[in-house]
Design a protein around this ligand. Structure first.
Ligand SMILES: Nc1nc2c(ncn2[C@@H]2O[C@H](COP(=O)(O)OP(=O)(O)OP(=O)(O)O)[C@@H](O)[C@H]2O)c(=O)[nH]1
Ligand SMILES: [Mg+2]
Length: 204
């Protein structure tokens, strides 16, 4: 038999290969209401081509999915986003973005399994979509930081007012970000890692 004409199966590209120096891998979940920029954040920060599961939003979703405030959005995550970023030569983060539409929230159980921490992305034009998300994280006891994604026409609220509106405990870090910018998304993840580190450190 001659296989010379068969498609060659190639291995992973060099950027996909985990560096030999990596010794710890941590699972992080990017969570938030519909259309707050979760897929955008995983995509901007990932060093491998991110896995996305976006589907076109169709008429069938009218009345089922809540797209108020983001009517121009044409696709939505139906399962998860996946990406990877090396924070240091040793530490690698695996990023899992959740679906925002409530009808897919049952998938969160699996996505949260083994997660060390979470980023809650917030859009100040639609703060109400974040309440349930934060409540669910608190129920699960997953430590999280809040990242306010800066959309151009979003109202700017003082940090204290936002904290009160979201009923956030003082110790939970809150930062501004632009999910489209790699450096900004990376800073959010570094804030989360710093917070997780502080939580793990013995008091004193
Ligand atoms: N101006 C601005 N637009 C953004 C930003 N982040 C995301 N967008 C846009 O907002 C829209 C929604 O972003 P997505 O990343 O799909 O949001 P999502 O949270 O994954 O949405 P679902 O999966 O449907 O819940 C996209 O059209 C993005 O281009 C941002 O930081 N600034
Ligand atoms: Mg998405």
């Amino acid at each position: 038999m001659d296989f010379r004409d068969s498609d060659t199966i190639t291995g992973p590209s060099s950027e996909d290969v985990l560096p030999d120096t990596a010794t710890s891998a941590v699972k992080i979940v990017i969570v938030g209401g519909f259309g707050v920029g979760k897929t955008t954040m995983v995509g901007s920060v990932s060093e491998i081509r991110p896995l996305t599961t976006e589907e076109t939003m169709t008429q069938a979703g009218v009345g089922v999915d809540d797209n108020s405030g983001v009517e121009s959005k044409t696709a939505t995550t139906v399962a998860m986003d996946f990406g990877r970023i090396s924070i240091t030569e040793q530490l690698v983060l695996y990023l899992f973005g959740t679906p925002g539409q409530e009808r897919f929230w049952f998938l969160w159980n699996g996505l949260f399994e083994g997660a060390l921490g979470a980023v809650v992305l917030v859009d100040t034009r639609r703060l109400e979509v974040s309440f349930d998300v934060i409540g669910r994280l608190e129920e699960r006891g997953v430590p999280f930081v809040v990242a306010v994604n800066t959309f151009p026409d979003a109202p700017h609220h003082p940090v204290e007012a936002l904290r009160r509106a979201l009923d956030l405990p003082d110790e939970v870090p809150m930062v501004d970000c632009d999910a489209r910018q790699r450096a900004s998304s990376r800073d959010v993840l570094l804030t989360l890692m710093g917070y997780l580190h502080a939580l793990a450190a013995p008091p004193g």
